[in-house]
Each structure stands twice: as structure tokens, then as C-alpha cells.
Design a protein around this ligand. Structure first.
Ligand code: CMC
Length: 429
């Protein structure tokens, strides 16, 4: 392949270097475009064809349905690793040794205390507040209680910030849920594994002497968190990187990422899927009616949990989750009619011309909500669970962006508004 691309603008030819990634992905480097063409820019709403960075964290091939973290396949990681190992891998680039993993976990535990004043902030939220809004605010508030900003040139400083947020974030997640349910707030139990501890912090009831762990739930949550841990330059991750590119701190950047994740086209889809399935059930379970609505261009309804910007064949995470949903429901002995509606909808969509032509397949969120529900997690907490899983990915991407000394993110635009016009003074009464 040629190592240059040629672009002709107004009869003048300009050459741009072609850069190739380690998986042979090809990009045209247009850094010099404005300079050599006298101000011409590229335009690509939604960044459908625009690479915002070079990254060594996650590889994704949407056509082939491949997802790898640092070179390891998602299938293998979901089967063999635990969430904390995956977090370490994503952030630091290599799987930890046993010694590194133990130290990582023990450092995280040391930092799992959240200042009591954060409880006062939590108290000020109305009960109706959506957990994602609360989580984003509390994450931002952490900045006030940990004022020293990260010195990105110091590995030690960077490491301390990483373990600090990995320690405190699950506490905020559990508190957000418990507060809404009117339950007392707990700190974790330092004798437990990372995921076990999260479950206890979320579910321990005040009248329970001892919280009995369920290995099925631990496994299911571990898997779900791993599957959500990173997904290269999606909406929330790009947000974290762009906020961080102004040298805003880690916690502030993460808080912005949480807000970006909240929307129903992104992480909020898991809540939207469950609400959609419930609505179909309430309406008599007529999946055909909702398929027709999804295809009707005059109807704003979309089949939530279907379609993906990059997966145009299948979402490998959805395959793993669908199997896990069957297993978890079976193991827990839960019979959920919602699962049958989901399967029916999937079967119809997979053979429907509209969905086939547009390459719309179930994504990770189509089945994750069914597992969360079986675990006893309230619907409006689903996206919070996604955020918990995505945390290491956001941290890894933020760290990479700072270590690579990326410039501030600042896109251009094509102005389509009024040209200059004279100001008209309003006639005053
Ligand atoms: N139901 C019905 N039609 C759809 C759907 C859907 N879920 N998704 C896309 N389409 C249609 C869309 O109307 C368009 O049709 P046409 O070409 O006739 O105008 C075509 O498919 C392409 O859609 P698009 O909106 O241009 O594609 P996009 O890449 O901009 O959007 C998406 C991707 C995920 C936002 C979109 O598929 C969607 O809204 N899906 C439902 C929400 C969802 O499940 N989001 C979770 C994504 S996975 C979790 C994560 O990592 O964020």
C-alpha cells in the first residue's frame, strides 16, 4: 500500500501521510490540511470516520465482532480473569503478577474511605434524583475532599490517584443505591474481594447479622464489569479524554464521562431496554407491534439495545451476556417473562429486512439489564453499574492521553449561520 494519500482541492494536489496501526488499520493523517490548503477542514458529524487519537488500550473490529483489551480477547478475559486483574491490565498495560495484584487490591482498600461530608451532599439530593446524576455529582465532589491534583509526570502520584478512585467509587455507587432505598450507608469489608465487597455494600440489610455471599452473583457481576470495562473511543470515553485534555483533574474528567454515559443512546440504553421490555409486556407482549414502530420513520421509537456505531455484524459482548443471562436466571431459579420477550424480539429482528439491511444486532445492553434485574438491582441503577465497569477504561484512557501529552481537544466547525449584519437598536418605550 502507498504511504501517502493525495487530495485535490481547487486543482492543487496535496499529499498526506498514511499511518497504519498494529492491526493494519489505516488512517490518513490530515494534521497539515488547513495549513497547506489555506484553511480547508474535514467535516464528519458524530466522528463516524475520524480517529481522535492513537491508543494502545483496546482493539475493536466491528465488522468481525472482535474486542480485545491490551491484546487479550474479551471472551478469554470474561472466562478466566477477574475484574480487578482486568482493571490493572487496562490501566497499566500488562496483566499483574500475584504480588502486584495483591498490592493493588490492598492499596485500593486503604483508599476506600469516603469523607463523611460526602454523606451530607448525598442527603441534599431529593429521593427522586436519578442515580446517574447523583453519581456524577459525588464523583465531582470528591475533588473537593482530595484537592491535590495528579502530577502526571510522577508514576507514584498517578498510581495513588488510580487506587484512590477505584477504592472510593464503589462506595459512592452503593451509597447512591442505598440512599434511594432509605437504607443505612455502609463502608466496605476489607476481608472481601473487590466484587464481593461491592455486593455486600449494596445489598447488606440492616436486620442481617451477616451478609451471605452468593457465588452466582459474584461471578455474574465480575463478568458484567469485565465486559463493560473499556470500549475504545466511545461517547463517554471521548468525553473523559477531551475534558482531561484541558488538564482538568481525573475526578472531574470521570464525572463528565458519567454524564455522557447516562444518555439512552449510550450506557442509559440498559435502563431503556428494560423499560421497553416492561412496556411491551404490559401491552400484551405483542413484539410485532413494537417491531413495526421501530421501523416506522414517523415514530420516534427505537428498539433499544439494538444497533451499534461500530459493530456491524455482532457485538461479542452481547453473545457472552446472552449466555450468562440464561445461566444466571437458571442458577438463581428465576423465571422472568421479560427474557422470553427479549428472545422473541431478537429472533424477529434478526430475520427482518429492515434490521438485516442496516446491520442492527443486539448490543451489550440488550441482555445486561435482565441479569441486573435478576440480581435485585433496581432499573434506574443499571447505568450506574455500567459506569462501575467502565471506570478502569476511563482511567486508562485518561492516563494514556496525559502520558502521550496529547494537545487540548478542540474541533473546528463549518459555520452555517448569518453573515455579518448591522445591529438594529430596539425602539425603547
Ligand atoms: N431501532 C430502529 N432503527 C434503528 C436503531 C434501532 N435501535 N438503531 C439504528 N437504527 C436505524 C436508524 O434509524 C438509521 O436508519 P436509516 O438509515 O433508515 O436512517 C440506521 O439504522 C442507522 O442508524 P444511526 O442512528 O445512523 O446509527 P448510529 O451509528 O448513529 O447510532 C446507535 C448507533 C447505537 C446510537 C443506534 O443504533 C441506537 O440508537 N440504538 C439504540 C440505543 C442503544 O441500544 N444504545 C446502546 C449502544 S451499546 C452500549 C454502548 O456502548 O454505548
Amino acid at each position: 500500500m502507498s504511504d501517502k494519500a493525495t487530495l485535490e482541492v481547487n486543482g492543487n494536489k496535496h499529499e498526506f501521510p498514511i499511518v497504519v496501526g498494529t492491526e493494519n488499520e489505516v488512517a490518513i493523517d490530515v494534521k497539515t490540511l488547513r495549513g497547506v490548503t489555506g484553511g480547508v477542514i474535514t467535516i464528519d458529524a458524530g466522528y463516524k470516520n475520524t480517529g481522535s487519537c492513537e491508543s494502545a488500550i483496546t482493539f475493536l473490529d466491528g465488522e468481525k465482532g472482535i474486542l480485545r483489551y491490551r491484546g487479550y480477547s474479551i471472551e478469554e478475559l470474561a472466562e478466566k480473569a477477574d475484574f480487578l486483574e482486568v482493571a490493572y491490565l487496562l490501566i497499566f498495560g500488562e496483566l499483574p503478577t500475584l504480588g502486584q495484584l495483591d498490592k493493588f487490591h490492598s492499596d485500593i482498600k486503604k483508599h476506600s474511605v469516603v469523607d463523611d461530608d460526602v454523606k451530607k451532599i448525598l442527603d441534599a439530593f431529593p429521593k427522586s434524583a436519578h442515580p446517574m446524576g447523583v453519581l456524577s455529582s459525588l464523583t465531582s465532589a470528591l475533588t473537593a475532599f482530595n484537592p491535590s491534583s495528579v502530577n502526571v509526570d510522577s508514576e507514584e502520584d498517578m498510581y495513588n490517584s488510580v487506587v484512590r478512585i477505584l477504592g472510593k467509587f464503589p462506595v459512592l455507587v452503593a451509597w447512591t443505591m442505598r440512599k434511594k432505598q432509605g437504607l443505612p450507608l455502609y463502608y466496605g469489608d476489607s476481608n472481601l474481594g473487590y466484587v464481593e465487597n461491592i455486593l455486600k455494600m449494596m445489598f447488606k440489610q440492616p436486620n442481617e447479622e451477616q451478609y451471605i455471599q452468593n457465588p452466582i452473583l459474584i461471578d455474574a457481576l465480575d463478568k458484567l464489569l469485565i465486559l463493560h470495562a473499556d470500549h475504545e473511543q466511545n461517547c463517554s470515553t471521548s468525553t473523559v479524554r477531551i475534558v482531561g485534555s484541558s488538564h482538568a483533574g481525573l475526578f472531574a474528567s470521570l464525572s463528565a464521562g458519567i454524564s455522557a454515559l447516562w444518555g439512552p443512546l449510550h450506557g442509559g440504553a440498559n435502563q431503556a431496554v428494560l423499560e421497553m421490555l416492561e412496556a411491551i409486556k404490559e401491552d400484551g407482549g405483542d413484539t410485532k407491534k413494537y417491531m413495526a414502530k421501530a421501523k416506522d420513520k414517523t415514530d420516534p421509537f427505537r428498539l433499544m439495545g439494538f444497533g451499534h456505531r461500530v459493530y456491524k455484524n455482532f457485538d461479542p459482548r452481547a453473545r457472552i451476556i446472552k449466555k450468562a443471562a440464561d445461566e444466571v436466571l437458571g442458577d438463581l431459579g428465576v423465571e422472568d417473562p421479560i427474557l422470553d420477550i427479549a428472545k422473541g424480539l431478537e429472533q424477529e429482528a434478526l430475520k427482518d429486512d429492515y434490521f438485516v439491511k442496516r446491520k442492527l444486532y443486539p448490543n451489550v445492553d440488550f441482555y445486561s439489564g435482565i441479569i441486573y434485574r435478576a440480581m435485585g438491582i433496581p432499573t434506574d441503577m443499571f447505568t450506574v453499574m455500567f459506569a462501575l465497569g467502565r471506570l478502569p477504561g476511563w482511567i486508562a484512557q485518561w492516563r494514556e492521553m496525559r502520558l502521550r501529552k496529547e494537545p487540548i481537544g478542540r474541533p473546528r466547525q463549518l459555520y452555517i449561520g448569518e453573515t455579518q449584519r448591522a445591529f438594529k437598536t430596539i425602539e425603547k418605550r
